[in-house]
Ligand binder design. Structure first.
Ligand SMILES: Cc1ncc(COP(=O)(O)O)c(C=O)c1O
Length: 476
């Protein structure tokens, strides 16, 4: 299996990073023209400077501290706001006196799962049913995705439809579990939208090849594409899955990262409800969310959840058994999921500051998405679809020199790996070759996040421009 976001280019970046540090500590002259590596390879906001939100960390700290050092300390009111103390107290009761160091129920602490249900009802509307027994808290979205794929792939004939390009957890996990990847292409020229004709084409071809296609993956907002799908498209997808009896995996970890007011996030669950598929029990849907993205960026906490809709009781029990085999997800991650789903309420003292911190991060992400998108589009030979959502730009390099393509073949690497390594050596910017996500044959490019600081991103786009000129001259 391959996992490009931590692959060849990142390993080279880490090596150069160590060299730079060694040179700097010895005061030696550097062989590089830059002082540091700018990591834009992975959607890990706090690793590149994003500050954690204050209130969730306050609550978490109080949950972790022994009572007498925390919620019951005589001076605690002087250090922590009253609503953080009150929430920590409630959570400690919900933990059943076990504290955050004990295993929890394998689906996660019930009180937190109830917070997820409240969040879902606020998002999709009170009329869309939720059930606490259908919520599984997980170590990020990744663990839940892997468990579900494990349950779906019975043998090497089982196929999972995945977008091209896609976030590599899908290709890697399907590979690891011995299933078949059934790719469907997203339409770059049409803002990376998907078309039902292409879904039908891909499914038909797989069935003709003898693949038993069992599930469909939708990533919305898209990684690496940044596309935010319209209401109509999401409805088309749920109908497609219902018609062909495919389990729908709705990867919605970027649901808070939608930057244009006209593009509203519309969940697969709401779409299934609006299309009457919930009422008739004619879809099996697993939706995923995470504390790693949005404005929380708490990747290291490993918080997230999976919601099952329309699954048979027997299958749910099997999934529960699978979750039980790893005992439980991290309790700190579960706490963070609860705090993401239910922040301070409007009359709490921390409400305004919490909302302001969230908005500041959101606005800065929006600004950086524009800096990077505009910057990439200003490079001769590049084209980049608008980053409507998520945390990435995925430009196409339309004038990759033939000599570079040949050189890459000689080195037994893809042309965009050659390109990304050259960009790294020349500028210190670490991107992921587009081939790691899948793309149409003959297309070349890379994925960059827009997570480093506004200054670093402004430097990066200029450096990318200079590098592209040099690269094209070198291989002219
Ligand atoms: C589309 C998508 N799904 C899932 C994940 C996994 O995130 P986590 O396991 O941290 O929740 C990521 C991480 O970047 C992602 O981009």
């Amino acid at each position: 299996m391959e996992y490009a976001v931590r692959g060849t280019v990142v390993i080279a970046a880490d090596r150069i990073n160590d060299e730079l540090k060694a040179e700097q500590s010895m005061g030696a002259e550097s062989k590089y023209k830059f002082q540091k590596i700018i990591y834009t390879n992975i959607g890990n906001p706090q690793s590149v400077g994003q500050q954690p939100l204050t209130w969730p960390r306050q609550v978490l700290a109080l949950i972790d501290l022994p009572d007498e050092e925390g919620i019951n300390h005589p001076n605690i009111q002087n250090i922590f706001p009253s609503d953080a103390i009150a929430r920590a107290r409630t959570i400690k009761i919900g933990l059943g006196g076990n504290g955050s160091g004990a295993y929890s129920h394998s689906k996660g602490i019930k009180m937190f799962r109830e917070d997820v249900c409240t969040f879902l009802q606020n998002r999709d509307g009170i009329d869309v049913p939720t059930d606490v027994e259908n919520i599984f808290l997980s170590n990020g979205a990744s663990a839940a995705i892997f468990n579900l794929l494990t349950s779906l792939i019975a043998d090497n004939k089982c196929g999972i439809m995945i977008p091209i390009p896609q976030y590599p957890i899908y290709s890697a996990s399907v590979e690891q579990l011995g299933g078949q990847k059934v790719g469907y292409y997203l339409d770059e020229k049409n803002k990376w939208n998907l078309s039902i004709d292409e879904l039908e084409r891909s499914l038909k071809e797989a069935l003709e090849n003898g693949t038993n296609v069992v599930a469909f993956v939708l990533i919305n907002p898209g990684n690496p594409t940044g596309a935010v799908l319209t209401k109509q498209t999401v409805q088309d997808v749920v109908k497609f899955c219902s018609k062909h009896n495919l389990v729908l995996l709705a990867d919605e970890v970027y649901q808070e990262n939608v930057y244009n007011e006209q593009d509203k996030f519309y969940s697969c669950k709401r779409a299934a409800y609006d299309c009457g598929l919930l009422e008739t029990n004619s879809i099996e849907l697993a939706s995923f969310h995470s504390t790693s993205k949005g404005v929380f960026g708490e990747c290291g906490r490993r918080g997230g959840y999976m919601e099952l809709t329309g699954f048979d009781e027997n299958i749910k029990n099997q999934l529960y058994k699978l979750a039980s085999a790893s005992l439980c997800s991290t309790v700190n991650g579960q706490c963070m999921t609860s705090l993401m789903c239910r922040g301070p309420s409007p009359d709490d003292v921390s409400y305004e500051s919490h909302e302001k911190e969230k908005l500041d991060i959101f606005n800065s992400l929006k600004k950086r998405s524009k800096i990077v998108n505009d910057g990439l589009n200003s490079i001769d030979g590049f084209s980049c679809q608008p980053a409507q959502g998520a945390m990435y730009c995925f430009p196409s390099i339309d004038n990759m020199p033939m000599k570079a393509i040949n050189e890459a073949a000689e080195q037994n690497i893809t042309p965009d790996t050659l390109y990304a390594l050259s960009l790294l050596e020349r500028t210190g910017i670490c991107v992921v070759p587009a081939s790691g996500f899948g793309q149409r044959p003959g297309r070349y490019g890379f994925r960059t996040t827009f997570l480093p600081s506004e200054d670093d991103m402004a430097y990066s786009v200029n450096a990318m421009k200079d590098h592209h000129k040099e690269f094209c001259q070198k291989y002219a």
